[in-house]
Design a protein around this ligand. Structure first.
Ligand code: 0GY
Length: 304
């Protein structure tokens, strides 16, 4: 089957630079996706966008180029609850990838177990309205109860303005919770303002909540580093990410978000994205927690 990309779609950046920041040995890219290829793994009929293809082979080449050892492949909404592309990536990773799936309430126990055997360790609940149709909360809570028995966690994706309305649902979840992209703060608002304070309260009052301090390229208004690299890439995101890393050093994760769905203005050079890390995790100890110790504890506990 052939697919036409969404008009204006930005393809991922081929030929990323080699990062100047040397990742610690065993670093995990804890948020990335595979898209298709559509001819092999068709995009879901209910999708809100049609991306360019981004295969597991291309993902693993990027992993090696940047210096990561492992990936966590997160099911993207363009594949709906058809997890075949993500599972195929896990099964071809030689144990170097874990996965986050999207499932519906009618999924059987045998299918959940097969996903576990392939390396899935969580499900994603997406509340970003432009990406998904509404799923009733009781369906999500039922799924959370079932996957809790496998020792999985729930990854949540939402925007900061929606946290008050989602608070009761999130705090009732029976598993560990991993927040995508810091709960998408509006970085034009003050880092010590009420909106971000609610997010840090969410983390401080609930020790089961983890956070990906990822996606400066998605959150920034200031924009990317200038060509040749300037000292503070995505400088407006740094205070938010650094606050979370410093306050919750043992519950933070980092990921590239490759192949960067739905970016409108620029496509990041993934090498420069890696160079963002020492701006938010400023010591070797914090960097090791963010990139190795924390993701290993969550995704490869048997090896950590
Ligand atoms: C991300 C962000 C986005 C998209 C998805 O699954 C997805 O479609 O995650 C987005 O558009 O903000 O995490 O990659």
């Amino acid at each position: 089957m052939t697919f036409q990309k969404t008009p204006g779609w930005l393809d991922w950046y081929a030929g990323p630079s080699k990062p100047r920041f040397k990742l610690p040995a065993g670093a995990v890219d804890a948020h990335c996706h595979v898209f298709g290829p559509g001819a092999e793994f068709p995009y879901a009929p209910e999708r809100k966008y049609t991306p360019c293809d981004a295969s597991r082979v291309q993902l693993f080449a990027l992993r090696d180029h940047l210096g990561f050892a492992r990936n966590v492949v997160v099911q993207a909404t363009c594949h709906g609850a058809d997890n075949r592309a993500m599972l195929d990536a896990l099964r071809h990773s030689g144990g170097a990838a874990r996965g986050i799936a999207t499932v519906r309430r009618d999924i059987g126990d045998a299918e959940l177990q097969a996903m576990h055997d392939a390396g899935v360790r969580g499900v994603r609940f997406n509340f970003v309205k432009r990406l998904v149709d509404f799923t009733p909360r009781d369906e999500l809570m039922e799924i959370a109860g079932r996957i809790a028995k496998l020792g999985w966690h729930v990854v949540i994706y939402f925007e900061a303005v929606d946290l008050p309305e989602l608070w009761d649902f999130f705090t009732a979840l029976p598993t560990a919770i991993v927040v995508d992209h810091m709960g998408r703060p509006d970085v034009t608002k003050p880092v010590d303002g009420s909106e971000f304070a609610l997010f840090t309260k969410f983390m401080s009052e609930h020790p089961n909540v983890w956070c990906k301090v990822s996606c400066p390229e998605r959150l920034s208004v200031a924009g990317p580093p200038a060509l040749g690299g300037e000292p503070n890439p995505y400088c407006d995101v740094i205070p938010f990410a650094r606050t979370i890393v410093e306050r919750f050093p043992d519950r933070v994760l980092w990921g590239t978000d490759w192949p960067h769905p739905n970016l409108k203005d620029h496509m990041p050079d993934d090498g420069l994205l890696v160079d963002f890390i020492p701006h938010i995790a400023t010591t070797p100890e914090r960097q090791r927690q963010l990139l190795v110790d924390n993701p290993m504890r969550l995704y490869w506990p048997e090896q950590s």
